[in-house]
Ligand binder design. Structure first.
Ligand code: ACO
Length: 334
């Protein structure tokens, strides 16, 4: 058996910054309400009329991750792509990214696990690498939320939370068992599927037409029972971290950096208190980007790497919870 190390990281976010004050001009909300409940100060939204999309952002993040890994596109054996905002109802955007990156005929799969998508993708890539099937796998998360949000007062409960962006990782075969991904744990509970959902696809081609038609039907906008999500998130985040630590005979004191899915600063702070982690041990960038769902952990890892926060031998813990419900954790010796 081989082990899996994260060899490269990269991210891309659209240039267009949307502040809380900008939102308060188009819906009944305020900077104070948003910051107090979520920690979010601003997010990036693809500008109206731009031809940027889920796949194009993913491809840009992927190019950076491949370069950061010191590899070329020809070294990549497989693509795992996570999103809840695919460009088409089908095919998945993984193949669109494969085409944009000019990687002919390697396999590409889409993972539809929302906020947990990146953790699931890392776990799947880890299995393929450990068993020797592939050497270098590109894992990408990308979200184009702004195309489907209800940007009126009716949709303010959700519209203020989500941002657009993409992050990517290159996972590679390693012969050193003391480093790399130590464990992954995945869970789901479909009985809560309706608590955070979009029922009518798809973002790029169907939804804009329905919105333009001014239909009364709002099933194409995301729906969320925010309080239920909050209550489950804090429990499941904690369980997933405990599970990962116990499997490796580690404790919270061993964590050098905790990178949670950037759902909500209050959720992160709750988990931080529960595990008695210092501010230095926790990475947050939700203040700048909002919740970028499947992209959030990869964007955070890419920024943490740029800031030199993941050093050789550090214990890095990832955890996510989201729609499904689905949740999971990844423990990495960097
Ligand atoms: N601006 C101003 N007022 C608002 C806004 C807004 N953007 N959104 C809702 N309100 C109003 C509501 O209409 C309501 O008004 P009312 O009392 O007159 O009816 C009031 O604020 C309270 O609304 P709640 O939905 O009860 O607000 P709550 O305090 O629960 O905060 C929030 C909402 C932030 C979503 C909270 O439930 C939460 O943190 N949930 C966790 C879920 C989460 O963070 N999800 C992220 C995505 S999922 C994931 O990544 C795991």
């Amino acid at each position: 058996m081989y082990s899996t190390k994260i060899k490269g990281v990269g991210h891309f976010v659209p240039d267009n910054v949307v502040t809380n004050d900008d939102l308060s001009k188009i819906m009944d909300t305020s900077d104070e309400w948003i910051q107090e409940r979520t920690g979010i100060q601003e997010r990036r939204w693809i500008e109206d009329g731009s031809d940027e999309n889920t796949a194009s952002m993913g491809a840009k993040a992927a190019r950076k991750a491949i370069e950061n890994a010191g590899l070329t596109k020809d070294d990549i054996d497989f693509i795992i792509f996570a999103t809840l905002s695919p460009d088409y109802f089908f095919p998945g955007s993984g193949v669109l990214i494969q085409d944009m990156l000019d990687m002919p005929t390697i396999g590409a799969v889409d993972i539809r696990n929302q906020c947990s998508g990146l953790v699931y993708s890392i776990s799947i890539a880890d299995q393929f690498i450990k068993t020797g099937m592939y050497k270098n796998i590109l894992v990408i998360g990308s979200e184009y939320h702004s195309g489907a949000l209800d940007k009126t007062t009716r949709g303010r409960g959700l519209a203020v939370l989500f941002g657009d962006g993409a992050g990517a990782l290159v996972l590679s075969r390693s012969e050193d068992p003391s480093k790399g991904i130590l464990s992954t744990h995945l869970h789901s509970q479909g009985e809560h599927a309706e608590v955070l959902t979009v029922k009518t696809p798809s973002i790029r081609h169907w939804v804009p037409a329905i919105i333009a038609a001014g239909e009364e039907d709002t099933s194409y906008h995301p729906f969320m029972d925010g309080q239920k999500v909050f209550k489950h998130a804090i429990v499941r985040f904690s369980e997933a971290i405990d599970e990962g630590l116990e499997a490796n005979k580690l404790t919270a004191e061993d964590i050098d950096l905790f990178i949670p899915h950037q759902a909500n600063l209050r959720i992160t702070q709750f988990v931080q208190r529960r595990f008695k982690l210092s501010d230095d041990q926790v990475f947050s960038n939700i203040q700048k980007y909002g919740n970028t769902t499947a992209a959030s952990i990869a964007i955070a890892m890419s920024e943490a790497n740029e800031q030199g926060k993941m050093k050789d031998g550090d214990l890095v813990v990832l955890a996510a919870f989201g729609s499904g419900f689905t949740w999971g954790s990844v423990v990495i010796r960097w």
